[in-house]
Design a protein around this ligand. Structure first.
Ligand SMILES: [Zn+2]
Ligand SMILES: [Zn+2]
Length: 250
């Protein structure tokens, strides 16, 4: 839904990914940055059907559309939701949610909002899906997620610098979703460069690397240039550069 950063862009909205785990017949969002509901609508998917949201941290480019989603679920004329909405995230996400519900009591919904508080190294089970979390090297508690279902592993590294935890979380992933915020020669604390994303994918043995969370300098590079920087890390498997509304089948 969003392959961009906090820098406003019509082409690249802030972080959000729509997962459609066919075995579970559910709709998930992984992070819900500003604009996610608009992209969902463009993709002809319904915000009404979202079952679970996995949130990495409370930076607005990852959580900005959460309150608008709750507002829409409550006030869409002719629609009454009864199924629960599950939200997974660090304790700070609960605080974020509670703060908004206290400030705006009109947001309180009749359907259950079940918050599942996660910290590092949690194991969560949803029917046939196993989920692991790890703390990323970013802001307060930022969580990366690893989902295992249908014999496939998908990993989302959220935001964060190179760390043993991130390499460990990413091990043998069939799809590894990593930020690559900056070019190789312009690293910035709290984030990965193109080269570093390749290095993590190589060390973890990931089979496919989806690069995302691009800041303007990376957006301004030619695709071949980005790939060259990633390849310089020694990563030899498939690289995909995310675009908004792109779909991948795993
Ligand atoms: Zn962040
Ligand atoms: Zn971010």
């Amino acid at each position: 839904m969003g392959s961009g950063s906090c820098v406003p862009s019509f082409e690249r909205f802030p972080s959000s990914y729509f997962f459609c785990p066919l075995q579970l017949k559910e709709s998930w969002l992984v992070d819900i940055g500003e604009g996610a509901l608009f992209r969902l609508s463009e993709a002809r998917e319904s915000y009404k059907d979202i079952d679970r949201i996995f949130i990495s941290h409370t930076h607005p480019d990852h959580i900005g559309a959460l309150i608008p989603l709750i507002l829409a679920l409550k006030y869409t004329p002719g629609f009454e939701r009864s199924k629960p909405l599950f939200i997974y995230g660090p304790e700070s996400v609960r605080e974020y949610l509670d703060m908004h519900l206290d400030f705006a009591p009109y947001l309180k919904c009749d359907f259950p909002i079940n918050f599942v508080s996660c910290s590092s190294d949690n194991d969560i089970e949803i029917e046939k899906c196993l989920i692991k979390t790890k703390k990323m090297n970013h802001f307060e508690t930022t969580l990366g997620y690893r989902w295992f279902f249908g014999g496939k592993v998908i990993v989302y590294g959220a935001d964060g610098e190179v760390s043993e935890e991130l390499i460990n979380l990413s091990e043998d992933a069939d799809l590894l979703i990593l930020e690559s915020s900056y070019p190789k020669d312009k690293p910035s604390s709290g984030h990965l460069t193109t080269f570093e994303a390749g290095k993590i994918a190589r060390e973890a043995g990931a089979k496919k690397l989806l690069l995302s969370h691009f800041y303007p300098e990376v957006v301004g590079m030619k695709e071949e240039q980005i790939e060259t920087e990633v390849r310089n890390s020694g990563y030899q498997e498939e690289i995909v550069l995310a675009k908004d509304l792109m779909t991948l089948k795993i």
